[in-house]
Design a protein around this ligand. Sequence first.
Ligand SMILES: CC(=O)SCCNC(=O)CCNC(=O)[C@H](O)C(C)(C)COP(=O)(O)OP(=O)(O)OC[C@H]1O[C@@H](n2cnc3c(N)ncnc32)[C@H](O)[C@@H]1OP(=O)(O)O
Ligand SMILES: O=C(O)CCC(=O)C(=O)O
Length: 368
Amino acid sequence: MPPIQVNDTTLRDGEQAAGVVFTVEEKVAFASLMSAIGVQELEVGVPAMGGAEAEAITQMTRLGLKSRLIGWNRALTSDLDASLACGLQRVHISVPVSDLQINIKFQGSRQRVLDALQKAITYGRDRGLYVSVGGEDSSRADTSFLLKLASMAQAWGASRFRFCDTVGVLDPFSTYSQVEQLVEQLTIPVEMHTHNDLGCATANALAGIRAGATSVNTTVNGLGERAGNAALEEVVMGLKQLYGLKIGIDTEKLQALSEFVIQATGWELPPWKAIVGKNAFAHESGIHGHGVLQNPSTYEPFTPEEVGGNRRFVIGKHSGKHLITDFFQQQGIQLSSEEARSLLDAIRKLSVELKRDLTPNELLNLVS
Ligand SMILES: CC(=O)SCCNC(=O)CCNC(=O)[C@H](O)C(C)(C)COP(=O)(O)OP(=O)(O)OC[C@H]1O[C@@H](n2cnc3c(N)ncnc32)[C@H](O)[C@@H]1OP(=O)(O)O
Ligand SMILES: O=C(O)CCC(=O)C(=O)O
Protein backbone atom coordinates (compact mmCIF):
# COMPACT_ATOMS: atom_id res chain seq x y z
CA MET A 1 0.00 0.00 0.00
CA PRO A 2 1.27 3.53 -0.72
CA PRO A 3 1.88 5.90 2.23
CA ILE A 4 -1.37 7.05 3.85
CA GLN A 5 -1.92 10.39 5.55
CA VAL A 6 -4.61 11.59 7.96
CA ASN A 7 -6.30 14.95 7.38
CA ASP A 8 -8.21 15.30 10.63
CA THR A 9 -11.36 17.42 10.53
CA THR A 10 -12.34 17.51 14.21
CA LEU A 11 -11.98 21.29 14.10
CA ARG A 12 -14.29 21.60 11.05
CA ASP A 13 -16.72 18.71 10.57
CA GLY A 14 -16.30 17.66 14.22
CA GLU A 15 -17.36 21.06 15.45
CA GLN A 16 -20.32 20.98 13.04
CA ALA A 17 -21.87 18.35 15.36
CA ALA A 18 -25.11 19.99 16.45
CA GLY A 19 -24.55 21.82 19.71
CA VAL A 20 -20.73 21.81 19.76
CA VAL A 21 -18.56 24.92 20.04
CA PHE A 22 -14.82 24.93 20.71
CA THR A 23 -13.31 28.08 22.17
CA VAL A 24 -10.43 29.76 20.34
CA GLU A 25 -8.08 28.46 23.06
CA GLU A 26 -9.43 24.91 22.71
CA LYS A 27 -9.00 24.99 18.94
CA VAL A 28 -5.43 26.21 19.20
CA ALA A 29 -4.54 23.75 21.97
CA PHE A 30 -6.12 20.87 20.04
CA ALA A 31 -4.18 21.73 16.88
CA SER A 32 -0.92 21.83 18.85
CA LEU A 33 -1.67 18.46 20.44
CA MET A 34 -2.54 16.87 17.09
CA SER A 35 0.62 18.27 15.54
CA ALA A 36 2.74 16.98 18.40
CA ILE A 37 1.45 13.43 18.01
CA GLY A 38 2.14 13.40 14.27
CA VAL A 39 -1.19 14.03 12.53
CA GLN A 40 -0.10 15.12 9.08
CA GLU A 41 -2.86 17.58 8.20
CA LEU A 42 -5.65 19.41 10.01
CA GLU A 43 -8.80 20.86 8.46
CA VAL A 44 -9.03 23.74 10.87
CA GLY A 45 -12.41 25.30 10.12
CA VAL A 46 -14.37 27.60 7.85
CA PRO A 47 -12.65 31.00 7.50
CA ALA A 48 -15.69 32.54 5.79
CA MET A 49 -17.49 32.39 9.15
CA GLY A 50 -15.25 35.23 10.37
CA GLY A 51 -15.25 36.17 14.07
CA ALA A 52 -13.86 33.66 16.56
CA GLU A 53 -13.50 31.02 13.84
CA ALA A 54 -11.20 33.22 11.75
CA GLU A 55 -9.36 34.32 14.89
CA ALA A 56 -8.66 30.70 15.90
CA ILE A 57 -7.48 29.78 12.41
CA THR A 58 -5.22 32.85 12.24
CA GLN A 59 -3.67 31.93 15.59
CA MET A 60 -3.09 28.37 14.39
CA THR A 61 -1.37 29.52 11.20
CA ARG A 62 1.05 31.59 13.31
CA LEU A 63 2.15 28.65 15.46
CA GLY A 64 4.41 27.12 12.83
CA LEU A 65 2.96 23.67 13.51
CA LYS A 66 4.35 20.57 11.90
CA SER A 67 0.87 19.57 10.74
CA ARG A 68 -0.22 21.19 7.49
CA LEU A 69 -3.32 23.37 7.96
CA ILE A 70 -6.17 23.58 5.47
CA GLY A 71 -9.36 25.68 5.53
CA TRP A 72 -12.79 24.66 4.19
CA ASN A 73 -14.35 26.88 1.50
CA ARG A 74 -17.33 27.06 -0.77
CA ALA A 75 -16.58 27.66 -4.46
CA LEU A 76 -16.60 31.40 -3.87
CA THR A 77 -13.68 33.80 -4.23
CA SER A 78 -14.93 35.62 -1.12
CA ASP A 79 -14.44 32.40 0.89
CA LEU A 80 -10.91 32.07 -0.50
CA ASP A 81 -10.16 35.68 0.45
CA ALA A 82 -11.22 34.81 4.00
CA SER A 83 -8.81 31.83 3.98
CA LEU A 84 -6.00 34.01 2.68
CA ALA A 85 -6.71 36.62 5.36
CA CYS A 86 -6.21 33.91 8.02
CA GLY A 87 -2.77 33.15 6.61
CA LEU A 88 -3.68 29.72 5.23
CA GLN A 89 -1.57 28.33 2.40
CA ARG A 90 -3.87 25.39 1.74
CA VAL A 91 -7.54 25.60 0.84
CA HIS A 92 -10.19 22.97 0.39
CA ILE A 93 -12.90 23.99 -2.10
CA SER A 94 -16.17 22.10 -1.89
CA VAL A 95 -18.83 21.76 -4.58
CA PRO A 96 -21.95 19.61 -4.61
CA VAL A 97 -21.76 16.82 -7.19
CA SER A 98 -25.07 14.94 -6.80
CA ASP A 99 -28.01 16.34 -8.77
CA LEU A 100 -30.00 16.42 -5.55
CA GLN A 101 -27.53 18.85 -4.00
CA ILE A 102 -26.89 20.73 -7.25
CA ASN A 103 -30.63 21.44 -7.43
CA ILE A 104 -30.57 23.04 -3.99
CA LYS A 105 -27.37 25.05 -4.34
CA PHE A 106 -26.71 25.65 -8.05
CA GLN A 107 -30.23 25.90 -9.47
CA GLY A 108 -29.94 22.42 -10.95
CA SER A 109 -27.13 23.40 -13.31
CA ARG A 110 -24.08 21.15 -13.49
CA GLN A 111 -22.44 23.75 -15.72
CA ARG A 112 -22.77 26.40 -13.00
CA VAL A 113 -20.99 24.05 -10.59
CA LEU A 114 -18.16 23.53 -13.06
CA ASP A 115 -17.89 27.25 -13.76
CA ALA A 116 -17.79 28.16 -10.07
CA LEU A 117 -15.21 25.46 -9.42
CA GLN A 118 -12.94 26.51 -12.27
CA LYS A 119 -13.09 30.12 -11.12
CA ALA A 120 -12.34 29.21 -7.51
CA ILE A 121 -9.47 26.82 -8.33
CA THR A 122 -7.91 29.35 -10.67
CA TYR A 123 -8.28 32.10 -8.07
CA GLY A 124 -6.59 29.97 -5.43
CA ARG A 125 -3.80 28.73 -7.69
CA ASP A 126 -3.09 32.28 -8.93
CA ARG A 127 -2.48 33.24 -5.31
CA GLY A 128 -0.06 30.38 -4.78
CA LEU A 129 -2.42 28.22 -2.72
CA TYR A 130 -2.47 24.44 -2.51
CA VAL A 131 -5.98 23.53 -3.62
CA SER A 132 -7.89 20.44 -2.60
CA VAL A 133 -11.36 19.88 -4.10
CA GLY A 134 -14.27 18.12 -2.41
CA GLY A 135 -17.12 16.45 -4.24
CA GLU A 136 -19.91 16.88 -1.74
CA ASP A 137 -22.37 13.96 -1.87
CA SER A 138 -20.05 12.02 -4.24
CA SER A 139 -21.67 8.74 -3.18
CA ARG A 140 -25.07 9.80 -4.56
CA ALA A 141 -23.72 11.52 -7.67
CA ASP A 142 -24.05 10.39 -11.25
CA THR A 143 -20.73 8.59 -11.63
CA SER A 144 -19.94 10.00 -15.05
CA PHE A 145 -20.43 13.56 -13.77
CA LEU A 146 -18.33 12.87 -10.67
CA LEU A 147 -15.48 11.53 -12.80
CA LYS A 148 -15.78 14.41 -15.26
CA LEU A 149 -15.74 17.06 -12.51
CA ALA A 150 -12.82 15.43 -10.70
CA SER A 151 -10.79 15.24 -13.94
CA MET A 152 -11.54 18.85 -14.75
CA ALA A 153 -10.60 19.92 -11.23
CA GLN A 154 -7.28 18.16 -11.70
CA ALA A 155 -6.73 19.84 -15.08
CA TRP A 156 -7.54 23.26 -13.54
CA GLY A 157 -4.84 22.79 -10.91
CA ALA A 158 -6.39 20.93 -7.97
CA SER A 159 -3.82 18.86 -6.07
CA ARG A 160 -6.21 16.42 -4.37
CA PHE A 161 -9.81 15.23 -4.74
CA ARG A 162 -12.03 14.37 -1.78
CA PHE A 163 -14.63 11.62 -2.21
CA CYS A 164 -17.46 12.39 0.21
CA ASP A 165 -20.05 9.92 1.43
CA THR A 166 -21.85 12.94 2.84
CA VAL A 167 -24.90 11.18 4.26
CA GLY A 168 -23.23 7.83 4.98
CA VAL A 169 -25.15 5.68 2.52
CA LEU A 170 -22.40 3.37 1.29
CA ASP A 171 -21.10 0.05 2.54
CA PRO A 172 -17.44 -0.99 2.19
CA PHE A 173 -18.08 -2.89 -1.07
CA SER A 174 -19.81 0.02 -2.84
CA THR A 175 -17.21 2.41 -1.44
CA TYR A 176 -14.44 0.27 -2.88
CA SER A 177 -15.91 0.20 -6.37
CA GLN A 178 -16.73 3.92 -6.47
CA VAL A 179 -13.34 5.02 -5.15
CA GLU A 180 -11.45 2.57 -7.37
CA GLN A 181 -12.89 4.30 -10.46
CA LEU A 182 -11.81 7.72 -9.20
CA VAL A 183 -8.32 6.52 -8.37
CA GLU A 184 -7.96 4.96 -11.82
CA GLN A 185 -9.13 8.15 -13.49
CA LEU A 186 -6.97 10.65 -11.58
CA THR A 187 -3.26 11.18 -11.10
CA ILE A 188 -3.77 13.40 -8.02
CA PRO A 189 -4.36 11.75 -4.62
CA VAL A 190 -7.89 10.84 -3.56
CA GLU A 191 -9.07 11.61 -0.02
CA MET A 192 -11.84 9.78 1.85
CA HIS A 193 -14.57 11.60 3.80
CA THR A 194 -17.08 9.19 5.30
CA HIS A 195 -20.07 9.62 7.61
CA ASN A 196 -21.46 7.19 10.11
CA ASP A 197 -25.22 7.32 9.48
CA LEU A 198 -25.32 3.54 8.96
CA GLY A 199 -22.40 2.82 11.27
CA CYS A 200 -20.01 2.22 8.34
CA ALA A 201 -17.80 5.35 8.49
CA THR A 202 -14.57 3.68 9.59
CA ALA A 203 -15.09 0.58 7.45
CA ASN A 204 -15.82 2.76 4.42
CA ALA A 205 -12.77 4.94 5.04
CA LEU A 206 -10.62 1.80 5.14
CA ALA A 207 -12.34 0.39 2.04
CA GLY A 208 -11.53 3.63 0.20
CA ILE A 209 -7.91 3.29 1.24
CA ARG A 210 -7.87 -0.30 0.01
CA ALA A 211 -9.19 1.04 -3.30
CA GLY A 212 -6.27 3.45 -3.58
CA ALA A 213 -7.20 6.61 -1.65
CA THR A 214 -4.11 7.93 0.13
CA SER A 215 -5.57 10.60 2.41
CA VAL A 216 -8.33 10.14 4.94
CA ASN A 217 -10.52 12.52 6.93
CA THR A 218 -11.10 11.59 10.55
CA THR A 219 -12.40 13.19 13.73
CA VAL A 220 -11.45 12.36 17.29
CA ASN A 221 -14.16 10.18 18.91
CA GLY A 222 -15.94 10.21 15.54
CA LEU A 223 -17.42 13.61 16.39
CA GLY A 224 -19.28 15.29 13.51
CA GLU A 225 -22.47 15.99 11.64
CA ARG A 226 -25.41 13.76 12.69
CA ALA A 227 -23.96 10.28 13.51
CA GLY A 228 -20.43 11.63 13.05
CA ASN A 229 -17.39 10.80 10.94
CA ALA A 230 -14.77 8.07 10.74
CA ALA A 231 -13.01 8.19 14.12
CA LEU A 232 -9.29 9.04 14.13
CA GLU A 233 -8.54 6.38 16.74
CA GLU A 234 -10.39 3.70 14.76
CA VAL A 235 -8.86 4.54 11.40
CA VAL A 236 -5.31 4.79 12.77
CA MET A 237 -5.60 1.54 14.72
CA GLY A 238 -7.38 -0.13 11.80
CA LEU A 239 -4.51 0.77 9.48
CA LYS A 240 -2.01 -0.48 12.03
CA GLN A 241 -3.75 -3.67 13.11
CA LEU A 242 -5.37 -4.74 9.85
CA TYR A 243 -2.74 -3.69 7.33
CA GLY A 244 0.39 -3.31 9.43
CA LEU A 245 0.67 0.38 8.45
CA LYS A 246 2.31 2.68 10.94
CA ILE A 247 1.59 6.14 9.65
CA GLY A 248 3.67 8.15 12.09
CA ILE A 249 0.91 9.00 14.57
CA ASP A 250 1.70 8.28 18.22
CA THR A 251 -1.11 5.89 19.10
CA GLU A 252 -0.25 6.05 22.81
CA LYS A 253 -1.80 9.53 22.83
CA LEU A 254 -5.16 8.45 21.43
CA GLN A 255 -6.78 8.18 24.86
CA ALA A 256 -5.56 11.65 25.87
CA LEU A 257 -6.89 13.13 22.62
CA SER A 258 -10.24 11.49 23.20
CA GLU A 259 -10.37 12.93 26.73
CA PHE A 260 -9.52 16.38 25.38
CA VAL A 261 -12.52 16.24 23.06
CA ILE A 262 -14.79 14.88 25.82
CA GLN A 263 -13.78 17.85 27.98
CA ALA A 264 -14.21 20.39 25.20
CA THR A 265 -17.61 19.09 24.08
CA GLY A 266 -18.92 18.05 27.49
CA TRP A 267 -20.08 14.80 25.85
CA GLU A 268 -19.18 11.44 27.37
CA LEU A 269 -18.64 8.46 25.08
CA PRO A 270 -20.58 5.21 25.32
CA PRO A 271 -18.40 2.85 27.41
CA TRP A 272 -18.23 0.38 24.52
CA LYS A 273 -16.72 2.95 22.11
CA ALA A 274 -13.95 1.24 20.13
CA ILE A 275 -10.35 1.99 21.19
CA VAL A 276 -11.06 4.78 23.71
CA GLY A 277 -14.29 3.81 25.51
CA LYS A 278 -14.15 3.15 29.26
CA ASN A 279 -14.86 -0.55 28.62
CA ALA A 280 -12.54 -1.00 25.64
CA PHE A 281 -10.20 -3.03 27.88
CA ALA A 282 -12.54 -3.95 30.78
CA HIS A 283 -13.30 -7.55 31.73
CA GLU A 284 -16.04 -8.76 34.06
CA SER A 285 -17.08 -12.15 32.68
CA GLY A 286 -15.62 -15.20 34.38
CA ILE A 287 -14.41 -16.91 31.22
CA HIS A 288 -12.85 -13.72 29.88
CA GLY A 289 -11.20 -12.90 33.22
CA HIS A 290 -9.81 -16.42 33.49
CA GLY A 291 -8.28 -16.04 30.03
CA VAL A 292 -6.99 -12.48 30.33
CA LEU A 293 -5.36 -13.12 33.72
CA GLN A 294 -3.18 -15.72 32.03
CA ASN A 295 -2.72 -14.05 28.68
CA PRO A 296 -4.41 -10.73 27.81
CA SER A 297 -4.41 -11.60 24.11
CA THR A 298 -7.08 -14.20 24.85
CA TYR A 299 -9.69 -11.44 24.84
CA GLU A 300 -7.85 -8.30 23.73
CA PRO A 301 -6.87 -7.58 20.11
CA PHE A 302 -3.97 -5.33 21.20
CA THR A 303 -2.71 -3.94 24.48
CA PRO A 304 -4.36 -0.93 26.16
CA GLU A 305 -0.90 0.66 26.50
CA GLU A 306 -0.70 0.87 22.72
CA VAL A 307 -3.54 3.43 22.74
CA GLY A 308 -2.78 5.03 26.11
CA GLY A 309 -5.55 3.13 27.90
CA ASN A 310 -5.78 0.84 30.94
CA ARG A 311 -6.88 -2.72 31.47
CA ARG A 312 -9.62 -3.02 34.13
CA PHE A 313 -11.00 -6.06 35.85
CA VAL A 314 -14.56 -5.57 37.06
CA ILE A 315 -16.28 -7.87 39.51
CA GLY A 316 -20.01 -8.36 39.13
CA LYS A 317 -22.84 -10.68 38.15
CA HIS A 318 -20.88 -12.46 35.39
CA SER A 319 -17.56 -12.94 37.22
CA GLY A 320 -16.03 -16.30 38.10
CA LYS A 321 -13.79 -17.68 40.81
CA HIS A 322 -10.50 -16.89 39.05
CA LEU A 323 -11.28 -13.19 38.83
CA ILE A 324 -12.42 -12.87 42.43
CA THR A 325 -9.55 -14.96 43.77
CA ASP A 326 -7.16 -12.67 41.94
CA PHE A 327 -8.88 -9.54 43.30
CA PHE A 328 -8.68 -10.73 46.92
CA GLN A 329 -5.13 -11.95 46.48
CA GLN A 330 -4.19 -8.41 45.53
CA GLN A 331 -5.81 -7.25 48.79
CA GLY A 332 -3.67 -9.76 50.70
CA ILE A 333 -6.55 -12.24 51.21
CA GLN A 334 -6.08 -15.84 50.12
CA LEU A 335 -9.34 -17.63 49.34
CA SER A 336 -9.76 -21.40 49.30
CA SER A 337 -11.78 -22.66 46.36
CA GLU A 338 -14.82 -23.30 48.66
CA GLU A 339 -14.55 -19.76 50.00
CA ALA A 340 -14.31 -18.39 46.48
CA ARG A 341 -17.37 -20.40 45.45
CA SER A 342 -19.54 -19.16 48.32
CA LEU A 343 -18.28 -15.60 47.88
CA LEU A 344 -19.20 -15.80 44.24
CA ASP A 345 -22.82 -16.58 45.17
CA ALA A 346 -22.89 -13.54 47.45
CA ILE A 347 -21.32 -11.35 44.77
CA ARG A 348 -23.90 -12.42 42.19
CA LYS A 349 -26.76 -11.83 44.61
CA LEU A 350 -25.57 -8.33 45.57
CA SER A 351 -24.73 -7.41 41.99
CA VAL A 352 -28.23 -8.42 40.85
CA GLU A 353 -29.78 -6.44 43.73
CA LEU A 354 -27.69 -3.34 42.92
CA LYS A 355 -27.97 -3.88 39.15
CA ARG A 356 -24.25 -3.11 38.65
CA ASP A 357 -20.71 -4.28 39.35
CA LEU A 358 -19.30 -4.11 42.90
CA THR A 359 -16.81 -1.63 44.28
CA PRO A 360 -13.63 -2.83 46.05
CA ASN A 361 -15.19 -1.77 49.41
CA GLU A 362 -18.38 -3.72 48.77
CA LEU A 363 -16.28 -6.77 47.92
CA LEU A 364 -14.17 -6.44 51.09
CA ASN A 365 -17.34 -6.02 53.19
CA LEU A 366 -18.67 -9.28 51.80
CA VAL A 367 -15.57 -11.07 53.07
CA SER A 368 -15.63 -9.51 56.49
C1 LIG B 1 -21.35 18.66 4.01
C2 LIG B 1 -20.75 19.81 4.79
O1 LIG B 1 -20.45 19.67 5.93
S1 LIG B 1 -20.51 21.26 4.00
C3 LIG B 1 -19.89 22.36 5.23
C4 LIG B 1 -21.01 22.97 5.97
N1 LIG B 1 -20.52 23.77 7.04
C5 LIG B 1 -21.18 24.79 7.49
O2 LIG B 1 -22.23 25.16 6.98
C6 LIG B 1 -20.64 25.46 8.74
C7 LIG B 1 -20.22 26.87 8.51
N2 LIG B 1 -21.17 27.60 7.73
C8 LIG B 1 -21.51 28.88 8.00
O3 LIG B 1 -21.06 29.51 8.95
C9 LIG B 1 -22.43 29.53 7.04
O4 LIG B 1 -23.25 28.57 6.45
C10 LIG B 1 -21.65 30.31 5.95
C11 LIG B 1 -20.83 31.42 6.57
C12 LIG B 1 -20.71 29.38 5.16
C13 LIG B 1 -22.64 30.91 4.95
O5 LIG B 1 -23.65 31.53 5.69
P1 LIG B 1 -24.85 32.33 5.02
O6 LIG B 1 -24.30 33.33 4.07
O7 LIG B 1 -25.68 32.83 6.13
O8 LIG B 1 -25.65 31.27 4.12
P2 LIG B 1 -26.42 29.93 4.50
O9 LIG B 1 -25.54 29.08 5.34
O10 LIG B 1 -27.77 30.19 5.06
O11 LIG B 1 -26.62 29.27 3.05
C14 LIG B 1 -25.58 28.70 2.33
C15 LIG B 1 -25.26 29.49 1.07
O12 LIG B 1 -24.07 28.93 0.49
C16 LIG B 1 -24.36 28.40 -0.81
N3 LIG B 1 -23.51 27.24 -1.00
C17 LIG B 1 -23.58 26.05 -0.35
N4 LIG B 1 -22.59 25.25 -0.76
C18 LIG B 1 -21.88 25.95 -1.67
C19 LIG B 1 -20.73 25.65 -2.41
N5 LIG B 1 -20.12 24.48 -2.29
N6 LIG B 1 -20.23 26.61 -3.26
C20 LIG B 1 -20.84 27.82 -3.37
N7 LIG B 1 -21.94 28.14 -2.67
C21 LIG B 1 -22.45 27.21 -1.83
C22 LIG B 1 -25.84 28.11 -0.76
O13 LIG B 1 -26.39 27.98 -2.05
C23 LIG B 1 -26.33 29.33 0.01
O14 LIG B 1 -26.24 30.40 -0.91
P3 LIG B 1 -27.12 31.77 -0.81
O15 LIG B 1 -26.63 32.47 0.41
O16 LIG B 1 -26.77 32.50 -2.07
O17 LIG B 1 -28.54 31.33 -0.73
O1 LIG C 1 -15.48 18.86 1.57
C1 LIG C 1 -16.55 18.63 1.06
O2 LIG C 1 -16.74 18.70 -0.13
C2 LIG C 1 -17.72 18.26 1.93
C3 LIG C 1 -17.24 17.60 3.15
C4 LIG C 1 -18.30 17.16 4.09
O3 LIG C 1 -18.30 17.57 5.22
C5 LIG C 1 -19.25 16.12 3.71
O4 LIG C 1 -19.41 15.82 2.53
O5 LIG C 1 -19.91 15.59 4.62
